[in-house]
Write a protein that binds this ligand. Structure first.
Ligand SMILES: [Zn+2]
Length: 320
């Protein structure tokens, strides 16, 4: 086997990024209209040749993510704008099919997001927490449509004023982290460690996209084979796989056997604990001119496709 064949995708990416770091100084930050978005840090650089793999990534502190505390300390996430071909692929999303929406968003993250750990190791979108997906999709959107192209919802304040709330980071409100969880958080593992009165220990952390994909495939296979999946199992087990970004079909089957053998106390505890672990974007907010803050649920105006498909493109781009 040649040395090239022994390098996995991650090694290639890491080497490539190291090359970039030694390259040119960033210039693209000057194009940023939205000052909310930090420009490239010294770890990224602009490249002007046309290879798609050289597209510029912008570095962000992982703590900005809704699930930021569940990544190892010092993790960065690197995001680049979507290219036309990626928007073309996304534009075919079926707005009525939840599975397809998740898949198309995953494809977008696969193209536009990398994770860089403190030791320099670069990982793919599979390490991204499932509940950070939406935040990152909207961040890619902000980077892609820097000239505006706002996506917004209209909310009436109690004072009567109609407020237009744009779907962008500064207007997002996250779910609060349940205060009862806080003291069980372990900074080193980025997870919660619990001991229960029946002498059991459990480690829980929000699952990443790699696990979400593995469980989605498992559900599809069970449905195709006319088996009804155990929904309690599917709700809880992905949270119990800290440190992993993949599990095989047989691995899930083995976990299911253990799960169905579980004692009552453990199940009740885990069910309640996972029930407290809702993160991500909860709602949108904006300060009304009257001083009140208006809130509305997180939503997709014009459907999930509308995140990257310009709604009134015909009217906007036709030359009269
Ligand atoms: Zn008002």
């Amino acid at each position: 086997m040649s040395q090239n064949e022994q390098m996995n995708e991650e090694d290639y990416l890491k080497r490539h990024l190291q090359d970039l770091e030694e390259g040119k100084k960033p210039t693209q930050s000057q194009n940023f209209i939205n000052s909310d978005i930090p420009g490239p840090s010294e770890n990224t650089s602009n490249v002007d040749n046309s290879r798609t793999s050289d597209l510029q990534y912008f570095n962000f502190d992982v703590r900005e993510l809704p699930c930021g505390q569940f990544y190892p300390a010092g993790t960065l996430f690197m995001v680049r704008p979507a290219q036309v071909k990626e928007i073309q692929a996304y534009s075919m999303v079926d707005d009525t099919n939840f599975y397809d929406i998740v898949e198309k968003m995953n494809d977008m993250l696969q193209s536009c997001v990398r994770i860089k750990y403190a030791d320099g190791k670069v990982a793919s979108y599979l390490d991204i927490k499932d509940q950070d997906r939406l935040f990152l999709v909207f961040l890619i959107r902000e980077l892609t449509f820097q000239q505006g192209n706002g996506l917004s919802v209209s909310v009436r304040c109690s004072c009567g004023e109609e407020n237009v709330i744009e779907l962008k980071r500064e207007n997002f409100v996250y779910f609060d982290i349940d205060e009862k969880l806080v003291k069980f958080y372990n900074k080193n593992t980025g997870s919660y460690h619990f001991k229960t009165i029946n002498g059991k220990s459990f480690e829980l952390t929000p699952p990443n996209i790699g696990l979400q994909k593995a469980f989605s495939e498992y559900i599809i296979k069970e449905n195709n084979d006319k088996r009804s999946p155990n929904l309690a199992f599917l709700k809880i087990i992905p949270f119990m796989l800290s440190g992993r970004s993949h599990i095989t079909y047989d691995g899930i089957k083995a976990k299911l056997i253990d799960f169905e053998d579980m004692d009552q106390t453990s199940f009740q505890f885990l069910n309640a604990a996972v029930g407290k672990m809702t993160f991500g974007i909860k709602e949108l907010k904006k300060a009304c001119s009257c001083g009140e803050e208006v809130h509305t649920d997180m939503q997709f105006p014009n459907g999930a496709s509308g995140i990257f498909v310009v709604h009134d493109a015909f009217e906007a781009y036709i030359k009269e």
